[in-house]
Design a protein around this ligand. Structure first.
Ligand code: PRP
Ligand code: URA
Length: 207
């Protein structure tokens, strides 16, 4: 299932991050800001527990988050979203999954992974700005499940129907949160209209 975060504050920033004239410094800032908004929405159903708090006036029954949150950026572009989530959930742990899309096959190739043990029993948030064919995200979820994770959500900035279908079919239990569900993939498997190569735009490696 995919949930579109259609809030005007998100859509305004999305318009700027998509713009070909937006340079890498601003692109990075926007990726962080957009991620924070999406994450805020995505975490609205996480587990909480009731706690008693003594205010200066009286005892209050409050709620605190009752799950270990583990953020898993897909390297390298997922790194551009990490700070936004950590500002919202400063106690989150971080795991890493290194995947790149082979230029010819467009299939994900794994080159690194490291997860904290709290992926078992905790809430795992896979982050990657682009969910295109869905191959990289599905592969990351495969690996997390193999390691024992069973509560996983995905946060991306831009996706498309083809990628959502692939992830939904492989992992019907995982909800995808996105700021945009674009029209399609082009012949190079880039999202159209998309925002181009997220890794290159984040890290200034295009030209
Ligand atoms: C991009 C992007 C995703 C993947 C999406 O990464 O950040 O990880 O492609 O494509 P998919 O849904 O078709 O798998 P890329 O492979 O370019 O690596 P990078 O993050 O190192 O730039
Ligand atoms: N990877 C990107 O960075 N952008 C796309 O549109 C597709 C894959």
């Amino acid at each position: 299932m995919a949930e579109l975060i259609d809030h005007p504050c998100v859509q305004h920033k999305l318009a700027i991050i998509r713009d070909v004239e937006t340079g890498h410094k601003r692109f990075r800032e926007l990726a962080k800001e957009i991620t924070k908004f999406i994450c805020y929405e995505a975490l609205k159903n996480i587990k909480t527990k009731a706690v008693k708090i003594q205010t200066p006036v009286a005892e209050a029954t409050c709620r605190k988050i009752d799950t270990n949150i583990v953020v898993i950026p897909i390297l390298r572009a997922g790194i551009g979203m990490l700070e936004g989530i950590l500002e919202l959930v400063p106690t989150a742990r971080v795991g890493f999954v290194g995947l790149y899309r082979d230029e010819k096959t467009k299939l994900p190739v794994s080159y690194y992974e490291r997860y904290p043990p709290q992926i078992i029993g905790g809430t795992c948030i896979v982050i990657d700005p682009m969910l295109a064919t869905g191959g990289s995200t599905a592969a990351a979820i495969d690996r997390l499940k193999e390691e024992g994770a069973d509560n996983i959500i995905v946060i991306c900035i831009v996706t498309c129907p083809e990628g959502i279908r692939l992830v939904e079919t492989a992992h019907p239990d995982v909800i995808i949160y996105a700021a945009a569900i674009d029209e399609k993939l082009n012949e190079k498997k880039y999202i159209v209209p998309g925002l181009g190569d997220a890794g290159d735009r984040l890290f200034g490696t295009s030209h």
